[in-house]
Design a protein around this ligand. Structure first.
Ligand code: RIB
Length: 313
């Protein structure tokens, strides 16, 4: 059911992925097991996940004038996301160079291309064309930081709930933390924001406390196979375990979690139940190759949860 309108302003990348046994060391040359191209980008992936879980999406992003533009738009449209608010920029689309090892772990180097041209002036020209006011906004850090700061203020003025995934981690003015309703980070982003090492549920609990003190309303720290930690300003806190899977490619698992969580929370579910659903969606994304192609829909996630519950009985 498409019942909640979520505005996502973020990146669109073509992921150029190569699979290896082990990542190369500095100075080392290795052979890979081939290359493949997958539509990705944190903004676009999160939009696909939210759409497949049941949100109505308005997505603002940018593509280049290169030959990747067609595949990038087609992929979004295939998952129910309109291209009406996607800007076309002269030059390269966003690219991500991804190396995945045999444990499904990746390293990602991005070349921002058109995403870097999504400045506040460009975004504001499109915001006015959105017909129905969104209920919430979701941002990441693959577009200029000044655009995100502009949008956090815009969202506050328009009464939208703000979700922020500051990935990749970048310096941001501390005063903006109080404009974030729900901050969603992984271990390394939580470490970057707090200056404390975060690598397990205990350290994530402490980091979430300091982020709440800094002005955020709700914090989720994802810890991969160690699950995720949630804390809110009104004292709710949980550690939710991850579903055990044998990962093939964890690319976009975090994005899948984010889009799925937000959809379930906007539909009125508790944070705890939204995290359980999102954890299942993320686990499923780890056992398929690619970014957007690996993201499950609501029916698939519910079947996975039902099956896991049966196995646990
Ligand atoms: O989070 C995964 C995404 O990060 C990839 O799809 C890649 O495009 C990079 O943006």
């Amino acid at each position: 059911m498409k019942n909640h309108h979520l505005l996502i302003v973020g990146s669109i990348n073509m992921d150029i992925v190569t699979y290896v046994k082990n990542h190369p060391q500095i100075g080392e040359t290795i052979k890979s097991q081939g290359v493949s191209y997958h539509p990705g980008g944190k903004g676009a992936n999160q939009a696909v996940s939210a759409s497949l879980s049941g949100s109505k999406i308005t997505f603002i992003g940018a593509i280049g004038s290169d030959h990747f533009q067609v595949a990038l738009i087609n992929s979004l449209e295939q998952y129910g996301i309109s291209a009406d608010h996607i800007l076309k920029m002269e030059g390269s689309s966003g690219l991500a160079f991804i190396i995945v090892n045999e444990k499904g772990e990746n390293t990602i180097t991005i070349c921002e291309g058109a995403n870097g041209k999504l400045i506040p002036e460009e975004v504001s020209s499109v915001l006015g064309k959105i017909e129905e006011e969104p209920k919430a906004i979701l941002l990441q850090n693959e577009i200029p930081i000044k655009t995100n700061m502009y949008l956090l203020e815009y969202a506050r003025l328009h009464g939208m709930k703000t979700y922020y995934n500051p990935a990749p981690a970048t310096k941001m003015p501390r005063e903006y933390l109080s404009l974030i309703d729900v901050l969603m980070v992984n271990e390394s982003e939580a470490s970057h924001l707090t200056g404390q090492k975060v690598d397990d549920a205990g350290s994530a609990g402490l980091a979430s406390k300091s982020l709440i003190r800094a002005g955020v309303n709700e914090v989720i720290i994802t810890l991969g196979e160690k699950g995720s930690v949630y804390r809110s300003a009104d004292g709710e806190k949980y550690h939710i375990p991850a579903y055990p899977v044998q990962p093939l490619d964890s690319t976009a698992a975090g994005d899948t979690f984010i889009g799925a969580f937000i959809t379930k929370q906007l539909q009125g579910n508790s944070a705890e139940s939204a995290i359980k659903y999102a954890s299942a969606a993320a686990a499923m994304a780890c056992v398929k190759y690619g970014a957007q192609e690996s993201i499950p829909n609501e029916t698939e996630v519910e079947a996975f949860i039902a099956n896991q519950n049966r196995l646990a009985e």
